[in-house]
Design a protein around this ligand. Sequence first.
Ligand code: NAD
Length: 460
Amino acid sequence: MTATESLITSRNPADPSDVLLQIPAPGAFAAVDAVDRARAAQPGWLLDGAAARSAALGEVADAIDAAEAELTALAVREVGKPRAEARAEVVRTAAIWRYYAQAPYEPVGAVHETAVGPGLLLTRRRPHGAAGLITPWNFPFAIPSWKAAPALAAGNAVVLKPAPEATACAGRLGEIIQRALPAGVFTVLPGGATEGNALVSSADVVSFTGSTAVGQAVARAATARGIPVQAEMGGLNAAIVLPDADIEQAATHIAASIAGYAGQKCTATSRVIAVGAALDPLRESLSEALRAVPVGDPSDAATVCGPLINQHARDQVCDAWHGLCALAGGTVPDGPGWYAAPTLVEKVPPGHRLLREEVFGPVAALLPADDLAHAVRIANSVPYGLVTSVHTAGLDTALHGLDRLDTGMIRINAPSTGVDFHLPFGGAKASSHGPREQGRAALEFYTSSRTYTLSPVGTM
Ligand code: NAD
């Protein structure tokens, strides 16, 4: 599952002896070459017009729908995503392309009066050129799509550098996309850090999703080149449970956010903050809900928590819970895959790694809080700021009590995981850099605005 200097290997995390793919890494020059070809193809793609771009994106959506079973099976096998979630991702991916298929018809500017004198002011948004997209393995179809679809809709060409662990998924998605587009407009560039680095050094705009350490380096490199960049990075997300919450429902949502896809989502819950009298019933309900989560083979339709992506990831999870008091889990199920049981720990000492770093596995800490203000302080006490889920029956709490939370997203009586693709997505602090993804925000990111001043002939 790594890209070495020369080889990309992708394995099935449920059965590491099953190698999906082993190919030579193309190297830095291949990235520069792909960007050059994208840049050459982009003006023609823009000139093809809104109808052609809309039709092409719609064709991609239809082709993804038609390949639903095949793509689902591929994501199950390559990144260990449980079948139900993998299928939901494929369905959502088609919906993303269909949503952005309407975007080429959206207005690209506005008309204004001049401040002084006769004339007219116009603004018009233009694509940047060749967009470099760098993506993680955990949403192998949806994340490349929610970057590529708006970039293409706005008239950019795209070079996608997927995570090595998701090379086969990206390759298949790339075939589907390329079939609907003119040559050179969309390219998949397999590889790891070398190719990613080279892409950042050559593209006209960069959109990154992945870990915070890499994302911050990408953001620095792109900013030094003076090109637009956005980086969506890690999370250490809290669920806050108030005493007035429906505790059973909260426990169900939180268990799903801790254990679903083995916690390998930037929006997973890894800290559960119980306010006052919520602590005892929540401890019981959540422990029970986590113990009931179906763990196992991701190709089984009932599985919720499949394997971790690789052995290093599983070692990180075991290291994080080591020596702590486990209310549920804390064990490693048998099997050839890299499994870890959904785990809830309590009495976590201040400064512990679970309270500072993203572990990216099915493990969470239960933390007591005296009141809502205290819970918000605990929630904010980490370097990340992606999403918080809050469980309460109080409208006032939901509307006014959460102003001091410093996450980009707040989800009331809902799991921390799960996002709508037509609204801005992103966080604060070490979770995000630059403009938001998705929805109209994405169309703005992949374009820049030019202002025209039109003065009547003969005016001085
Ligand atoms: P990663 O940072 O290891 O890799 C992400 C991508 O960056 C891969 O394509 C990788 O090959 C590439 N890369 C690595 N080094 C590079 C370099 N020096 N220059 C350019 N590119 C480089 O992350 P991952 O393990 O693939 O994904 C897991 C991480 O992604 C977690 O931290 C998770 O929270 C985060 N994530 C965030 C979001 C979000 O929207 N906030 C969504 C999904 C995943």
